[in-house]
Design a protein around this ligand. Structure first.
Ligand SMILES: Cc1cc2nc3c(=O)[nH]c(=O)nc-3n(C[C@H](O)[C@H](O)[C@H](O)COP(=O)(O)O)c2cc1C
Length: 163
């Protein structure tokens, strides 16, 4: 699969839902983000729900920068992210950081994330996900070098929980 910027297609925006637990608020927030993004006619919007994608804990033999993937789930995830032009990570804050499924999904790939614009919609308790957004940046989400390309860069939502 090729990056859509090489053709005349609309830019492909991947909305990654980073929480996987039953009852998560991440799912409706992700649906809202995708619906908002679809109003922007420049994007073909896809939702990557990590609860549905079900990546196992990172299990590849080789360093991901080599792209010598052994498992079908890695090849599928690689193809999906390689074909994406930009990302919005919809993420809760768990224990002052990003969710384990998101960290795992990031760790699987290197090249496919690189040099692509990235934005964060974070949410949580008292911090409204601020520390999780910072941690995602440090973890290299979306190649993170270009996350400032997205207007606003980060949006935070606070729920009724305390942290
Ligand atoms: C295991 C766990 C750890 C959490 N840690 C924090 C935290 O450190 N800071 C915070 O502001 N909220 C924290 N929260 C609150 C969550 O961010 C909040 O409940 C959010 O709605 C969870 O997202 P989800 O419903 O999509 O799973 C935590 C919640 C859970 C379940």
């Amino acid at each position: 699969m090729e990056n859509s910027q090489q053709g005349n297609e609309r830019l492909r925006l991947q909305v990654v839902i980073a929480s996987t637990r039953p009852g998560r608020v991440g799912k409706p927030i992700g649906a809202w983000v995708a619906a908002e993004a679809r109003q922007h006619e420049q994007f073909a919007v896809e939702v990557a729900d990590l609860a549905a994608i079900k990546l196992p804990f990172f299990d590849e033999l080789n360093h991901p920068r080599l792209q010598k993937y052994q498992h079908p789930h890695t090849k599928d995830w690689s193809a999906r992210i390689a074909a994406s032009d930009a990302f919005v990570f919809v993420q809760p804050e768990y224990n002052y950081s990003i969710s384990a499924p998101l960290k795992n999904a990031l760790d699987y790939l290197v090249v496919e994330w690189n040099q692509k614009p990235t934005a964060f919609v974070s949410y949580g308790g008292v911090s409204a996900g601020l520390r999780a957004a910072g941690a995602a940046h440090l973890a290299g989400a979306g190649g993170a070098q270009h996350d400032a390309d997205c207007p606003g860069g980060q949006y935070s939502l606070r729920d009724q929980h305390d942290a």
